[in-house]
Every structure is written in C-alpha cells, then in structure tokens.
Design a binder for this molecule. Sequence first.
Ligand code: GCO
Ligand code: MG
Length: 405
Amino acid sequence: MTDKIISADVLVCSPTRNFVTLKITTADGVVGYGDATLNGRELSVASYLRDHVAPLLIGRDPARIEDTWQYLYRGVYWRRGPVTMAAIGAVDVALWDIKGKTLGQPVYQLLGGAVRDRVLSYTHATGWDAPALLDSVDAKREKGFQAIRVQSGVPGLDSVYGVHQGAAGYEPASRGALPVEEVWDTDAYLNHAPRILEAVREHVGPELKLLHDAHHRLTPQQAARLGKSVEHVDLFWLEDVTPAENQDALRLVRNHTTTPLAIGEVFNTIWDCQHLITEQLIDFIRVAIVHAGGISHVRKIFALAEVYQVRGGPHGPSDVSPISLGASLHLGLATPNFGIQEYMGYDPLVSEVFPHAWSFSDGHLTPGDVPGIGVNMNEELAEKYPYEQAYLPVARRRDGSMTDW
Ligand code: GCO
Ligand code: MG
C-alpha cells in the first residue's frame, strides 16, 4: 500500500549557529530530515517551506522523489534561486532519507552502490601570519587530513575571509543585527598570496594536497595572473577566483593557467554551471546538496560533469548542516567522478543536536551503513537553542565602494 506524507515541519535552531531543518513524517511513521540552511537568510527558506511547500506535501506519496522535485521546480513558475532551491533540496533529502528507511538501505545503495570505499576530504587551516598558518597546517595533518585548504591574513588588512584570529575557530557568520563590514584590497592580496602558498608548500613537501579559496574577489585577468604565478606550488585547486554569474569569465582564466580551478558553492542549478562544465573551463564543481536542489539535482550535475572529466567537490563549511554532509557522502560514495568533500567540522554541540552515522578517519569520510541518510535530530536539545539573527560579513574596497565578500 502507498504511504502518504502526513506532516512537514520546519525546525529552526541555533546550537552555536543557525540551522533550518525540514522534518517530513509519513502515515507509516517514517521520519525523514532535510537541511534547508541558507547562511544569513535562514528565515526566508523557513517561510518558503512552512508557508508554501509544506501544505503541498501533505497527502503526497513520499516514494515519488523525482516527481515531487519536478512538481516543486516546474510547478512554482518562479524557478531557480537560492531560497527556492534550498527548500527543494530539503524536501529531496528528507524523501531520500524516508526511502532508505522504508527499504532498510543506506541511500548510497539506492544510488547504485559504492564505487569507492571512502570519500577523500579536505579541511581548513588558517593563520593570520605564516608561522600561525604552518602550525595550523601541522595540527590538521596530525588529525589525519591529506588535503588542506590554506588561508592567511593579508598585510595591511584587519580581517580576511576564512581566517580566524583569537581563540575561537573560524565561523563565517556572526550574530548581531548588522553584518560586520570588512575592508578588502585585491592588490595587497595578490602580492601576498603566492608567497604564503609557496611557504606552505615548502613546509609540507610535495605530497600534501593544498587548496586555496579566493572567495570571488578577482577579475578574470587577476585570477589568471594568480593561477599562473602559483603553478609551481601545485595546488589541488584554486577556488572561486571570480564571481561566476558570468560563466565566460572563466575562459580567460583557463586560457592562461594550468592551476586546477574549482567553483560553484553559490550555484543553485545545472544551468549555473552548464558552460563551465561542457567547455571544460573548470576542474571541480562545488555545488552543495543543500543549495542546489538536493541529491536528485546534484546527481544530474555530476553526471553531466562526468562526461567532461570535471569532478565533484561539494561545499562543506559549518553552515552546511550534518544532514547535508551525510547526504553528500552517500552521493560521493556512489559517484565515479566525485573528487573530494570539504569538511570544516562542527562544534560538538552541533553533533549532539544532529547525531550522525557518518564518520571521519585517516583523511576520509564515510556515510555509515544505517538505513536512510543516517543523520538524526535531537529536537528537544535543538529547542533549547532558538534562532539568533546572524549575517555573513560584507566587504568594501579602500575607497568605500562595495565589493564581493
Ligand atoms: C568555503 C566557503 C565558506 C563560505 C561560507 C558562506 O569554501 O568553505 O567559501 O566558508 O564563505 O560557507 O556561508
Ligand atoms: Mg569557498
């Protein structure tokens, strides 16, 4: 007999940072969870789900995942965009969770089964200056990481994305009524970045995989220059060198450097990266399950990418919840051209709110073998940490004009 969705609840909590979670329950008592967190704009997705999507789900057959995806994507008329796609992504992951639980299988089995035993992961090392960064790299190597993203401060600037100062670990969003304003100087960055990357490579030797994120700050020409100037550092990838609303921008970068390029953490659909993939302008596509329509849609992006030898390297910072990370690992285990999973790690409280079957060891992640996605939610504990307003920073150039953060 066909099961039916009887409720779809939106749970917003803030155990150290905000998370939006969709909980779908079926008449047979199966519960599925999906992540809908959009950093700094959390409540808009919560409302989209609560006010406009949840009522449409009631009575639907939870087994019809693709049909529900199409219904929410095509049916809305106003397609694409981060809010819509995060909402669809949450529904999609919750339904895959339910399907796995109903069939008694981990989701990777339903995606065709494992093509690898474990998923390579990379984490972040940050330090304001070179000695601090090298210490941070060493600490991450000691934890077993074989791939590390390195970010440092820039002389003359007070703060830089991806770099923490002081005792607390790096967290991109900050609580408060207004975004923090940072000052950015691309010339200072371009003078400094190649030297710090060289210093790290010299320190770690040839084997460690090194990554670096330029966080959308450069023009195509500047990006080409940076890529070229660090070719001898042998980066695993150089990330988000330019904002990619204009996919053509990457052609200029590509034509001038062999440094591997990764992009796409802010993309929502296959249409955002279609030309980047088919014209082989990038090496890694960074779409996250949560922001690009869930497993069902990211699977199609990776399938397109496979044809062009582009690999998946999904976004996985602290704002991508443990549910999305778990979903990403199921896809990663079952996808031949999956390359690497970002794993920034979570505060212990976050893992308590979202107990998970996925685990990390020896530089790799595995999704675990429990039915469904394998990430639960301790709702009682979550309730003790209500939503708190928080924003990502914004950035201005030295002349006061806005630039990309
Ligand atoms: C990354 C990122 C993040 C983003 C953050 C925004 O590569 O991990 O660039 O740290 O800044 O996820 O919400
Ligand atoms: Mg990034």
